[in-house]
Structures are given as C-alpha cells and as structure tokens.
Design a protein around this ligand. Sequence first.
Ligand code: PAF
Length: 278
Amino acid sequence: MAIVRTPAALTAAVAAWQRDGLRVAFVPTMGALHAGHLALVTEGLRHADRVVASIFVNPKQFGPAEDLDRYPRDEAGDAAKLVGAGCTLLYAPSVETMYPPGFASFVRVAGLPDLLCGRVRPGHFDGVATVVSKLLAAARADVAVFGEKDWQQLAIIRRMAADLDLGTQIIGAGIVRDSDGLALSSRNLYLTPDERQRALALPRALATAQATLRTGEPVAATLAAASTALAAAGFARVDYVELVDGETLGALDAPVPGARIMAAAVMGTTRLIDNLAI
Ligand code: PAF
C-alpha cells in the first residue's frame, strides 16, 4: 500500500484512478485503528473500487485539557491493518503540512456543534469540520465513510458537505460493538479492566431506554432512568442522555422516525459516547 503525505499527492492519486473510470472511497481516521475503522474500509469497498484512508491526529479538535499528547499513535501497525482490510492508499500528513505557519481559517457549521457533546467540548466540532473539509477537498473522492458511533460528528459533516458543495457523498457506517455490546473506540484502550466492565452499563442503558420508548413509555422518565443507571454503574459524570432528531439533533419529547437516543458519560478519566436508533 502506497503512503502519500501531501494534499497534492493525494489529489493526484485519486484523480488518476477516477480518470481510469474507478470510483474512490475515502475513510478519514485519527489512527489507532480497531475493527470499527476496518468496517469503514469494508463499507467503502461496497461503494467504490478503491479505498483511501487517512491517519491524522488533528490537534484542532482537542481541547486544552484533552488527550492530544496521549492519543495512541502507531502508523506502521495501522498501515498493516489497512492493507488487510483492502485499503489501497494511506494519506498520512504531518501537522505542519495540514496547518503550516500562517494557517488562519476555520470551518464552522452553525447550530449543530453547540448541542450534545458540543456543550462540554467547545470548539471540538469546529476542529473536526475544519480538518474534514481540508481532507475532503484534497481527496475529491466519490464517497467518504464515517462511523455512526460519532453520530453528532456525522450529522455535522453531512450538513457541511451539502452546504459547501464538496462533491463527495457522505456515508454513515453502523456502530461496531465488542461481543459484550461496548461500542469500539480508540479511547477504550484507556479503560482499566474494571472500568471497561462497568462501562457496559452504557450500551445496556441505551438498549433498555430503546425498548422502553418502543413500548410508548414517557421520554423524560425513560431518559432519567438511563442516566440514573449510568451513575449507579460508576460513571463519574453523565454529560447527557437525550432523545434527538437524527438530522437536526434537536431534543424530542416523543419518538419520531429517524430519532436517536444519544449518551455521553465519563468512566474514570475516559469519556465514552454511544447512540441507538429508536
Ligand atoms: O472520527 C474521527 O476519527 C475524527 O474526528 C475525524 C473524522 C477523522 C476528523 O479528525
């Protein structure tokens, strides 16, 4: 698998395939790849003839007190996993290439980034929108695949790609879970064995809330019960458990088609997110 490190090299490689009539899928990641990321590559191969992945730990989406320095990095290991999954090209730019001296632009989607995770991670989604717009503009792929675990991120990227006519179709890929139900996340590596066990309360609380809402029980009481279950399991902080419209992310007091139940909570020092369709 070839590795390119500049936007110009990425643009040229994708354009060469497209000139040959091949469709190209792009899978942006921050590395520390797990089976969830590799499922994005598999999804890309369902829509395209070639898959390009990127690995870039984007400093602009980390807050000052967040885990930028300790975020796991293993380019060689990630590259081997991508080859196994059928990826043909890796884009691995440096921070200096992405944000050279004098870099002064930000992409901000209005509204959506202020909700849910945005309330406790101010600026995070502006950093995501900025880097993803740069990545999509450089790749000019036919489709780009993002995981549904980061549902708010996916909603923001869809909005941005449509608003800015980026010309790449955004595809969401279903959440990949361990056999016990925990959604795969690079940050699961931070959990101690005991924390990981207690973190199972997150998918369980969502599944219980999903089942309860489907029987027509009131939303407020259902969400409060899920929140209580998380606190009882040892989550140090519950940032939110909300029922939202899947596109606008606006809070709902009754399920509607496309509604999702979303949650974020901190186990030990690790913030976990998860969501389910209702
Ligand atoms: O989901 C991620 O891994 C990142 O937020 C993304 C989309 C690659 C942007 O840095």
